[in-house]
Design a protein around this ligand. Structure first.
Ligand SMILES: [Zn+2]
Length: 307
């Protein structure tokens, strides 16, 4: 932090910087910052790529085969566009208080709470699709990332949350390395839904510096530890929620209706979908027809083999 230009960090109204015990309150409109140690009137940060992440599926729930961590990488300056598009959608649901509408895919599916309980199943499903269509129609440089972990495939009762988190950090880092090689030297920041605190994500975050050391050479392009944002106030976290939900439906029940809307947005290079990982037993991977497994198999089959 700390050179030249004054910018916002997407649409994040509240960030809690856990490292070093420093708490920052960041209010979007005036970019007003307060800290216990010193008062700043502006926060100076580099422009950067932000990866908003949310999870779907419960890691300890034995009735669910999959745990998914997924989200959306955007260039910082694109955040306003997403916020405006989702605000417009919210105005169609509650014109008097669009800011009070929090898009939450599983709540829209369940239709137990307002305003979704006043909608038909088709209407609520239509809202979920509309959010995903906003993601699908966004900037070319906005990219979707996801890791679907089949829990039974993790050896020794490992933690699916940790597997997905490490995998996505690594994928995002590789994505940033690719941009850097093409001349874009911006770094990246992870932004997570703060309600994921019931999972071990927050613990992983607390360990991030240690884990970063442990990963050593693996992670080069992340600017800081991950941040937590309030999903109720961040339209980008709400997009991540829908992406995670769509990927979870694709792998958990084989319903690709929502997944197909965002499938073209996964980060890919030369036909290989690097933005999507399917963690399953290798025997399953060899036959799996999901875009992640299939694109890698096809790439291997067309790569000339040395004798
Ligand atoms: Zn697969």
């Amino acid at each position: 932090m700390g050179i030249g230009r004054t910018v916002g960090i997407g649409d994040i109204p509240y960030l809690k910087l856990a490292a070093c015990g420093i708490k920052l309150k960041l209010q979007l409109r005036g970019l007003y910052v307060r800290s216990a140690e010193r008062k700043l009137t502006r926060l100076h940060v580099l422009f950067m790529h932000l990866l908003y992440l949310d999870d779907s599926g419960s890691a300890p729930n034995e009735n669910e085969k999959y745990f998914v961590l997924a989200g959306l990488s955007i260039f910082e300056a694109q955040a306003d566009w997403f916020a405006r598009e989702l605000d417009k959608l919210a105005e169609g649901i509650d014109a008097a208080n669009p800011a009070g509408i929090e898009f939450h895919a599983s709540a829209q599916y369940a239709r137990r709470t307002a305003p979704w309980n006043k909608m038909t199943r088709e209407e609520a499903h239509g809202v979920t699709k509309s959010v995903l269509q906003i993601v699908a129609s966004s900037y070319d440089t906005a990219r979707v990332f996801a890791c679907a972990v089949e829990k039974s495939s993790i050896p020794g009762g490992g933690d699916p949350v940790a597997v997905a988190f490490e995998d996505l950090c690594s994928r995002f880092d590789m994505f940033l390395s690719g941009l850097r090689a093409a001349g874009d030297r911006q770094r990246g920041l992870l932004v997570l839904d703060k309600t994921t605190h019931e999972t071990s994500l927050q613990q992983l975050t607390r360990d991030f510096r240690k884990r970063g050391t442990q990963w050593g050479s693996a992670i080069h392009n992340l600017a800081d530890i991950p941040f937590f944002a309030d999903s109720g106030a961040s339209r980008l976290i709400q997009c991540a929620d829908h992406i995670a939900y769509a990927v979870f439906r694709r792998y958990h029940v084989g319903d690709s209706q929502l997944f197909d809307i965002i499938a073209p947005k996964f980060h890919s290079v030369d036909g290989v979908i690097h933005g999507l990982a399917h963690k399953t037993a290798s025997a399953n991977q060899a036959q799996c027809l999901c875009p992640a497994c299939l694109s890698r198999r096809m790439a291997r089959s067309t790569t000339p083999q040395h004798p």
